[in-house]
Design a protein around this ligand. Sequence first.
Ligand SMILES: C[C@H](OP(=O)(O)OC[C@@H](O)[C@@H](O)[C@@H](O)Cn1c2nc(=O)[nH]c(=O)c-2cc2ccc(O)cc21)C(=O)N[C@@H](CCC(=O)N[C@@H](CCC(=O)O)C(=O)O)C(=O)O
Length: 147
Amino acid sequence: AVPLEGEYEPSPAQWVREQVELYESSGGTQGTTLWDTGLPVVIVTMRGAKSGRIRKVPLMRVEHEGRYAAVASKGGFPHHPVWYFNLKANPRVDLQDGPERQGMIAREVTGDERAQWWRRAVAAYPPYAEYQEKTSRVIPVFVLEPE
Ligand SMILES: C[C@H](OP(=O)(O)OC[C@@H](O)[C@@H](O)[C@@H](O)Cn1c2nc(=O)[nH]c(=O)c-2cc2ccc(O)cc21)C(=O)N[C@@H](CCC(=O)N[C@@H](CCC(=O)O)C(=O)O)C(=O)O
């Protein structure tokens, strides 16, 4: 799979930018967990919906039989994270899980399929359940499937 090409635009959020830099510069051996929780994180490289630039978004690792969920929780804030619109516009992404990097296609899921992946997400990262309780926004879930 040809990795996404283009000009990388780092996140304006320093803690996010730094996690991406440590994760990538260490070949996926460092910066691979959320702070000291020990819970695993993946990096999703995507193309900006408006800028066309390369964006890199760390997300909690939710994996099942080679497919991953991307949960647009943003801590339960009232609005979707901006990257939600990137995946809707440009579903071809690169996912880095530790040292492994592969091309995936993102697809927003609803109904029973979303419920199944939501259970997996909460099992991997329990705070997702609290985030959903604190907002009337239905937190979107994408499934990333190998292209
Ligand atoms: C601050 C904003 O970020 P955001 O896309 O809203 O995403 C917010 C967060 O979800 C994002 O920072 C996540 O990485 C935070 N985050 C998680 N966020 C989650 O939503 N879920 C998670 O499971 C999660 C885990 C996680 C683990 C580690 C870590 O370091 C961060 C983690 C941002 O980057 N804004 C940019 C624009 C970004 C962008 O993509 N612009 C598009 C335009 C998009 C459009 O408007 O159409 C473009 O380039 O074209 C800017 O203001 O310049």
